[in-house]
Ligand binder design. Structure first.
Ligand code: AMP
Ligand code: GLY
Length: 422
């Protein structure tokens, strides 16, 4: 089989790494890929958002399976375009991807199906949103309806911050994504990412994982795309897992099918484990980044077989995992998540000890030298018999790598380790 992976971040490097291990594969392409992916796949200079360009390439190269990493092409309808051309593709249709593409759609679906989530109100007018804030003082979360590259959510501790967020969103700071705004109740608890695979009818959860969204240690500072992740999550008990399947994952897949847009692909539920039980913070229509990096190290089943079964509506049985735990720590460019330099040479990649996978995110190859090309540059990932062992390997691997301005969190997994030691 000839496989095309769409995207060029750490998530896509991990997907390519895992797909390359499948006996079904003869060739792998990645569009646009990066310097790390180029060692495993043929990188094609077509942007992930260029649906026409990707379609033309897939036709010409005789691609048997296309796997989409990022949300933008999914929400723009890449799956519909490939299906119309008779090309097998893994991911939800445009209508199903609304679960991530429109927060109002997701909230309405959850409300109608009785899926636990934060109480909310949706607004198309700034004045009504501001009036609502006056009636509901205290902390709230303000969200732009559409895709905003992870920046459309403001956790507002008080009405002043909430008012600023509402004004900025209606004022066009997030473009058309802010035409509608959701204001919701602030939920408290531990955050967990539960990614599941659904074929439109059945749904199988992957191992639970936890991301670290803030740039600073102890979860301080501004939000990022994610600074590190680990799996599984020790405090995600079988009881919680059962509740999430019964009250969240299955009802969501059922509601999507009933709405005429069966969900096929990765259903990523961002959850808050509250005192009243797990509640949905958000849905994503794709694999998480960086959650996918540790998950791929732990996945024992053949990913290509799982994806084909999903596409064909034949998902069955269970997914096999290696024992132990895995963790990934992101090495970011100086200044990230603010402005940062590109083109900085990266040293030491060849000195990383065996057993440590360095998944590339924002990297490029310039005259034979790997240089930085994004804010999140690398995700150093390893497996171990438990989380502590996995983290020791990761941090030992990081010692080999260096580039000017490099920064990373030294406390990935700390919540799990703290809870374990209590
Ligand atoms: P999202 O872009 O929807 O993933 O939201 C980004 C982050 O905002 C989440 O990962 C949470 O940390 C936080 N968040 C979103 N909604 C809520 C909520 N209702 N209560 C508390 N935190 C939230
Ligand atoms: N790690 C968060 C996300 O992929 O949305």
């Amino acid at each position: 089989m000839r496989v095309l992976v769409v995207g060029g971040g750490g998530r896509e490097h991990a997907l390519v790494w895992k797909i390359a291990q499948s006996p079904h594969i003869s060739e792998i392409y990645c569009a646009p890929g990066n310097a790390g992916i180029a060692r495993l796949a043929t990188c094609v200079p077509v942007a992930a958002e260029d649906i026409e360009g990707l379609l033309a390439f897939a036709r010409q190269a005789g691609i048997d399976l296309t796997v989409v990493g990022p949300e933008a092409p999914l929400v723009a309808g890449i799956v519909d375009a490939f299906q119309a051309a008779g090309l097998p593709i893994f991911g939800p249709s445009r209508a199903a991807a609304r679960l991530e593409g429109s927060k109002v759609f997701a909230k309405e679906l959850m409300e109608a199906a009785g899926i636990p989530t934060a109480r909310y109100a949706a607004f198309t007018e700034q004045a009504a949103a501001l009036a609502y804030l006056e009636e509901h003082p205290g902390p709230v979360v303000v969200k732009a309806d559409g895709l905003a590259a992870g920046k459309g959510v403001v956790v507002a501790p008080d009405t002043t911050v909430a008012r600023e967020a509402v004004t900025a969103m209606f004022g066009g700071r997030f473009g058309p994504a802010g035409k509608q705004v959701v204001i919701e109740e602030l939920l408290e608890g531990e955050e967990v990412s539960v990614l599941a695979i659904s074929d439109g009818e059945r749904v199988i959860p992957l191992l639970p994982s936890q991301d670290h969204k803030r740039v600073g240690e102890g979860d301080t500072g501004p939000n990022t795309g994610g600074m590190g992740a680990y799996a599984p999550v020790p405090f995600y008990t079988p009881e919680i897992a059962g509740e999430v399947e019964e009250k969240i994952l299955r009802p969501t897949v059922r509601a999507m099918a009933a709405a005429g847009c069966p969900y096929r692909g990765v259903l990523y539920a961002g959850l808050m484990l509250t005192r009243e039980g797990p509640k949905v913070l958000e849905f994503n229509c794709r694999f998480g980044d960086p959650e996918t990096q540790p998950l791929m190290l732990l996945l024992q089943s053949d990913l290509v077989e799982l994806m084909l079964a999903t596409i064909n509506g034949e998902l069955a049985g269970k997914i096999d995992w290696y024992p132990g735990a895995a963790a990934g720590v992101v090495l970011a460019a100086g200044g990230y998540p603010g402005p940062y330099a590109k083109g900085t040479p990266i040293a030491g990649l060849e000195a990383v000890p065996p057993g440590v996978e360095v998944f590339h995110a924002g990297t490029a190859l310039v005259d034979g030298q790997v240089v930085t090309a994004g804010g999140r540059v690398l995700c150093v990932t390893a497996k171990g018999e438990d989380l502590r062992a996995a983290l020791e390997r990761v941090y030992a691997g990081i010692k080999a790598i260096n580039f000017a301005g490099m920064h990373y969190r030294r406390d990935i997994g700390y919540r799990a380790l703290q809870i374990a030691s209590k």
